[in-house]
Design a protein around this ligand. Sequence first.
Ligand code: DGL
Length: 275
Amino acid sequence: MLQPGPIGIFDSGYGGLTILSQIRSLLPEYDYLYLGDNARTPYGTRSFEVVYEFTSQAVETLFEMGCQLVILACNTASAKALRSIQQLDLPKKEPQKRVLGIIRPTAEALDSLTQTRHVGILATAGTIKSQSYPLEIKKLYPDITVSGEACPMWVPLVENNEGQSEGADFFVKKHVDNLLQKDSEIDTIILGCTHYPLLYDKIRKYTPEHIKIVTQGEYVSRSLKDYLERHPQIDELCTRGGTCQFLTTESSDIFRQNASIFLDEPVKVRSISLK
Ligand code: DGL
C-alpha cells in the first residue's frame, strides 16, 4: 500500500519555482516538495543520456522522500527524459507512481492563443534540438507552423542573478530578433524554459507589442488540477497540509539566498546529493 506524500516538483535549478508558484496559487491545499539540481544546472546544453540520468536520479530521490506524483517543471527534462521514465522505468519499477511533464499542457493551450497559426518557441538548446515542441504541437494542431530558437545564455544569466543586468539585454535581444527573422508571421511566443519568465520584462521589451508572450505556469497548473480531478486514485496519494519544502544539490545557504529573489517567503531548504 502506497503512503500518500507531497507532490514533487523538479527542475535543474531555480526555473521550476516559476511553475511551483502558479501551482501553489491554484492548488494551495496540497503539500509540495521542490528539488532543484542547482549544483549541476544548466541541463540545456547536456546530452540526452546525461539529462536522462540526472532526471532519473531526481525522480527516484523524490519517490524515496515520499512523493507519489512528480512534475518535471523543466522543459529540458520533459523533452529528454520524460518519455523513457514514463514508458520504460515506471512500469518496471514503480507502476503506481506518476511522473508528468510540462510540454504537452503548454502545447495544448496554443489553439486559442494563435490567430496567424505561426508560433515561436524560445528554449534551451536541448529542448530545441529534441524537436519536442514541434512534434507535440503538430500532433494536436497540424495547421500550426512552429519555429524555434535556442537561447543558451539565458539560464546562466538567471541562475547567476544577472537577469536584470544590462548585459542580459544583449542576449535577450539577439535571440528574440533571430526567432522573428525565422518567421515574420509569428503572433505567439512560448517561453519554453521555466527560467525564462524571470527574464520576461526584457523579452517583452524586445518583442513587438502585437506578439503574445506565453509563460507556462498558468497552463501547467490548470492541467495538473484537471489531471487530479480525472485521476482520483492519484489525487488520494497527495497529502493536503498546504506546506512547501525545498531540496537542493547546492549549499542550502546559496539556495535560500537566491530563491528569495523568486519567492516572497522564507524558504525551508535542505541540501542533498543525487545518485
Ligand atoms: N529550466 C529548465 C527548462 O525548462 C532547464 C534549464 C537548464 O537547466 O538549462 O528547460
